[in-house]
Design a protein around this ligand. Structure first.
Ligand SMILES: C[S@@+](CC[C@H](N)C(=O)[O-])C[C@H]1O[C@@H](n2cnc3c(N)ncnc32)[C@H](O)[C@@H]1O
Length: 237
């Protein structure tokens, strides 16, 4: 069951359910992952590299990475997400992507086996990543900037719930500090924008996951374009 609001459906930030039951909607929601992958290819000169992509989801970034990489090993634990990713890769006739089921915490790869381990909006523990990346290779983690959960509508999503907002920022900042200070990752912030094809599409995807306040705002402001700020952490091995 989903919640119905003003004639639209929402699952109000139930992310695991989004991946498990609504992979097709996720695929239409997260178009900005393609722009993110394109930015990372440019920033880190990933042409011709063997790339492990952790938490590939529906393969939005995978196909971008595959355009330039030698090989992309696309890892994902959720069958429904991977099914969409596989179909996408097959439809496009891409033949340098290998899919693997698995989780970031236990990568099903040998030591020193890839040039680059990359994740966009998924977890990637440093120990595991540095085990599989060869010497001279790189780990790249692109995540929401810790003040930008939900993108430019972040203050709309939290509304008056100052406690929830502070909790999310605090958690994000803890991660940020851990990576930068304890693990010595460098970082660069980037902005990426996704334009939905219509107002209905923006509500049916972004509104579907972020809920009632997002739906109200999109309707009131005819909002079809959402910008996200990501913090890209990176570390050479
Ligand atoms: C927000 S989505 C990002 C998907 C894709 N990278 C993108 O940018 O569109 C997070 C993905 O990470 C996957 N995931 C969740 N837990 C994971 C874990 N422990 N290891 C690897 N992937 C995980 C989810 O199933 C989901 O597909």
């Amino acid at each position: 069951m989903t919640t119905s609001y003003r004639g639209y459906e929402t699952i109000e930030e139930d992310w695991p359910r989004f991946y498990r039951e609504f992979a097709d909607v996720y695929d239409r929601f997260s178009g900005h992952s393609a722009a993110t992958a394109a930015a990372l290819i440019d920033m880190f000169k990933l042409d011709g590299k063997v790339i492990l992509e952790v938490g590939c989801g529906t393969g939005i970034a995978t196909v971008e990475l595959a355009r330039k990489a030698k090989v992309v090993i696309a890892l994902e634990p959720e069958q429904a997400m991977m099914k969409v990713a596989r179909e996408k890769v097959q439809e496009k006739g891409i033949n340098n992507v290998a899919f693997a089921y698995g989780i970031a915490e236990k990568l099903p790869l040998a030591e020193n086996s890839v040039d680059c381990a990359i994740t966009i909006y998924a977890s990637l523990p440093h120990e595991e990543a540095s085990r599989v990346v060869r010497k001279g290779g790189i780990i790249i983690r692109a995540a929401n900037h810790y003040r930008w959960y939900g993108g430019e509508l972040r203050s709309v999503i939290f509304g008056e719930d100052e406690k929830a907002r502070s909790r999310v920022i605090r958690e994000g900042y803890k991660w940020d500090r851990k990576l930068r200070r304890d693990r010595a990752y460098s970082y660069k912030d980037i902005l990426v924008t996704h334009t939905y094809s219509s107002l209905e599409e923006a509500i049916g995807t972004y509104g579907f996951i972020f809920g009632k306040k997002a739906i109200d705002y999109i309707l009131a402001n005819d909002k079809k374009t959402i910008t996200h700020k990501l913090r890209v952490y990176f570390k050479e091995i």
